[in-house]
Design a binder for this molecule. Structure first.
Ligand code: TYD
Length: 294
C-alpha cells in the first residue's frame, strides 16, 4: 500500500491491516536546495510526517512494546558543517544549518523523545551522502551524469571546494538491514564511506569516466564545468566516523568509490529512458527556476 505519511488515518490503517511490529522510516524530503525555497514542505513531511508515524506506532503497540522497533533513518547533516579535520561522531552536538537539516534534526529529536516519554523502542542512524542507481537528478552525481550526457553546463556551486563523504546506496541499505536486526534499542549509529571528496575533484573524476564510456576525447566533458553562485549557507564539509557500527555491529562498506561510481555511471547509461522520464515535466520547471537564479 502506498500512502502519505502525514495522513494519520491511512497510516493507522496500515498498522491495523498488516500487524506491523517494525518500522524502517526513510520517507523524507531530502534536497537542501529545495528546502531553501520551500522550508514548509520539509516541516510537513519530515517533522509532521515523522510524528504522525510515531503516533501510529505508539497507538498500535500500546501495552505491547516488547519486540517492536521504530527505526528512523537520518542524515549526517544534523551535525552541521566541519571547518577542521575532525569527524562526526554519534556524540557530536546537533548544529543543523539548512532548513533540510533542521527538519531532520527535529525529527530525530521527536524519535528520541518518544523513546523517553512513551518507551517506544527505537534505533536511529545518520548517514553521509549516498550515490548509486535510481538517484533523482536533482542531486550532484546524477545531475552531473545527466548533464554530461546531454552536453549541458555542469553547475559547480562556489569554488567547488565543499567536501562530502560518499557512500554507495547498497552499502547504506546493508547498514540499515544490520542496524534494524542487530542494533541496540535507544542507540544511534553513524554510517559513512570513509570517502571524502571535494566537489570539483569528484566532478572531474565523473567527467573522465563519462569520456571513456561515451567514447569522447579525454578532457571533452570537463569543458562543460561552469562555476555558479554558491548555495546559501553552504555547509563546507561533512565527514563521518563510522567506527561504532564497524566495532559493534561488524558493518563496513563493501566496495570502493571507483568501483561504485563506475557501476553508477553504467546504470545511468543503460537506463536513459528512466532518466528522460524523470527529467521531463516538473523537473524542467525546477531546473530552469533553480539554475536560472545562479
Ligand atoms: P547534494 O547532492 O545536493 O547533496 P548535499 O547538499 O546534501 O550534500 O550536493 C552535494 C554537493 O554538491 C554540495 O556541496 C552542493 C554541491 N552541488 C553543486 O556544486 N552543484 C549542483 O548542481 C548540486 C545539486 C550540488
Amino acid at each position: 500500500m502506498k500512502a502519505d505519511i502525514c495522513d494519520a488515518d491511512a497510516v493507522a490503517t496500515v498498522f491495523k491491516e498488516y500487524a506491523i511490529d517494525g518500522v524502517i522510516h526513510l520517507a523524507a524530503e531530502s534536497h537542501v536546495d529545495r528546502s531553501i525555497t520551500d522550508p514548509l514542505a520539509f516541516v510537513r513531511t519530515n517533522v509532521f510526517g515523522t510524528v504522525t508515524l510515531l503516533n501510529a506506532a505508539k497507538e498500535a503497540w500500546k501495552g505491547a512494546m516488547d519486540g517492536k522497533r521504530f527505526y528512523h533513518v537520518s542524515t549526517d547533516e544534523v551535525y552541521g558543517s566541519l571547518h577542521d579535520d575532525s569527524l562526526f561522531l554519534e556524540t557530536t552536538p546537533y548544529d543543523p544549518q539548512s532548513p533540510y537539516s533542521a527538519s531532520k534534526a527535529a525529527s530525530d529529536h521527536f524519535v528520541r523523545a518518544y523513546g523517553n516519554t512513551y518507551k517506544l523502542p527505537f534505533v536511529l542512524s545518520n548517514c553521509s551522502n549516498n550515490y548509486g542507481s535510481h538517484h533523482f537528478p536533482e542531486k550532484l552525481i546524477p545531475l552531473m551524469i545527466n548533464n554530461i550526457r546531454n552536453n549541458k553546463p555542469l553547475p559547480v556551486y562556489g569554488k567547488g571546494e565543499n567536501v562530502r563523504d560518499w557512500l554507495w546506496v547498497e552499502d547504506h541499505a546493508s547498514a540499515i538491514d544490520t542496524i534494524f536486526h542487530t542494533g541496540k534499542n535507544g542507540e544511534t549509529y553513524n554510517i559513512g564511506g570513509h570517502n571524502e571528496w571535494k566537489n570539483i575533484d569528484l566532478v572531474h573524476l565523473l567527467c573522465r569516466i563519462m569520456d571513456q564510456k561515451l567514447g569522447r576525447a579525454e578532457g571533452e566533458s570537463a569543458k562543460l564545468i561552469t562555476y555558479v553562485t554558491d548555495r546559501a549557507g553552504h555547509d563546507l564539509r561533512y565527514a563521518i566516523d563510522a567506527g561504532k557500527i564497524e566495532r559493534e555491529l561488524g558493518w563496513k562498506p563493501s566496495i570502493t568509490f571507483e568501483v561504485g561510481l563506475e557501476r553508477t555511471v553504467e546504470w545511468y547509461l543503460a537506463n536513459t529512458e528512466w532518466l528522460d522520464h524523470v527529467t521531463s515535466g516538473a523537473y524542467q520547471q525546477y531546473y530552469s527556476a533553480h539554475y536560472a537564479q545562479q
